[in-house]
Design a protein around this ligand. Sequence first.
Ligand code: AMP
Length: 114
Amino acid sequence: MENCIFCKIIRGEIPSKKVFEDEQILVVEDVSPQAPLHLLFLPKKHFENCLDMTINNEAVVGFILRKAGEIAKELGYAESGFRVVQNNGAGAGQSVFHIHFHLLAGREFAWPPG
Ligand code: AMP
């Protein structure tokens, strides 16, 4: 998508702090971290959120969850716990309409979330 900020990050047109990349996904540090660890998992193929999913997007979502667990474990957060968050729609806090999963760790997390 031409004007999507995350598509621009994926294309390298906007700088980012890259943590992992393969042919399907890019993992970068969030520019405004809400926890000591705050990473964003971005599928390279643009779709907005859960409402914009097709069967073609299902596999990458599963891959992202597995990869989030792997990275959290590698960085030492398996014991303490971590949170994976994905917002759908402005009313739920989505500000960038290219689906992404937040990996947050390194502090206490309240429930219910704010
Ligand atoms: P959401 O509110 O769930 O749509 O999350 C969007 C996230 O993208 C926020 O946590 C922002 O801090 C983050 N963000 C926005 N622009 C950038 C950027 N250029 N690089 C990294 N993270 C960004």
